[in-house]
Design a protein around this ligand. Structure first.
Ligand code: SAM
Length: 252
């Protein structure tokens, strides 16, 4: 069933109604071609979701009625991905697929061996494009909460911002060519911060910074994965061990 994002101001929960406007309405009518009577899913991106019925479309708006609340479809685990900003549109792919896998916050990093800083005049546009990726992925995977996306920041500044490792938090760094420390046992972990190096890998001083901030090195095996592959493989493993990637409820 297709899911769309509705602005909170366009929800009338007392009457069980909502209105989609602009690009969301256009997507609904011109791309998905919903008609009156068709079922539809809505979220406002804050964790709330509903199922409703398309009541009709006209001009650039779509009316939805009979809204019934649904579960947020969010993982119990808070997974933050800290990643050396990759080249080109690889970061777009990480945002899209990471959202599907359940990442709750993305922190792109400027590192010694990653792409140069994005000049400020271009950053706004880039952030807009990245936010669009998150919205599209949220719709496709039927999640209810838009992940947080921070502006790219140097690693040391990001680590200062995170502060000390909290209770119930585990910090992991994907370390290529590491001697293979075992992944920690599953436990009462509620937050995982996963750091992934850029195309050129971590510089020695960055490894030290990560170690000082309690990031434990873990390996993804003997092959050297491209940074975007490593990020997604790491997220999938984390969600399988501590999150909800594996469900006992597999029915077609
Ligand atoms: N240029 C580096 C080299 O040749 O050693 C490779 C960097 S790799 C393309 C980018 C990042 O992906 C690494 O810093 C690491 O975080 C992650 N990565 C890639 N393969 C990995 C593996 N087998 N185990 C753990 N992390 C890996």
């Amino acid at each position: 069933m297709p899911q769309f994002i509705v602005a909170s101001a366009d929800l009338d929960l007392a009457r069980g109604r909502a209105t989609l406007h602009g690009p969301e309405a256009k997507h609904c009518t011109a791309v998905v071609r919903l008609r009156a009577g068709d079922p539809i899913l809505l979220t406002d991106g804050s964790g709330r979701r509903w199922q409703g019925t398309c009541a009709g479309a006209g001009g650039s708006r779509v009316q939805v009625e009979q809204l019934q609340p649904l579960a947020a479809n969010e993982p119990g685990l808070h997974l933050e991905l800290l990643q050396g900003l990759p080249k080109g549109d690889r970061w777009d792919d990480v945002l899209e697929k990471g959202t599907e896998l359940g990442v709750t916050a993305f922190r792109p990093l400027y590192t010694a061996r990653s792409v140069p800083h994005i000049p400020l005049p271009r950053l706004d546009k880039r952030m807009q494009r990245w936010h669009e990726k998150l919205r599209a992925a949220l719709k496709q995977c039927e999640r209810g909460r838009l992940p947080l996306l921070e502006e790219p920041a140097p690693l040391d500044r990001c680590l200062r911002h995170l502060g000390p490792c909290g209770t119930g938090e585990l910090r992991l760094v994907l370390a290529e060519r590491a001697s293979g420390e075992p992944w920690p046992d599953s436990g009462a972990t509620r937050t995982i911060r996963l750091a992934v190096g850029p195309e050129g890998g971590w510089a020695p001083e960055e490894r030290q910074l990560l170690q000082d901030a309690n990031f434990r090195p873990v390996s993804l095996g003997p092959r050297i994965l491209r940074t975007d592959t490593a990020a997604l493989a790491g997220c999938a493993l984390v969600m399988q061990r501590w999150g909800d990637l594996v469900s006992a409820d597999a029915r077609w």
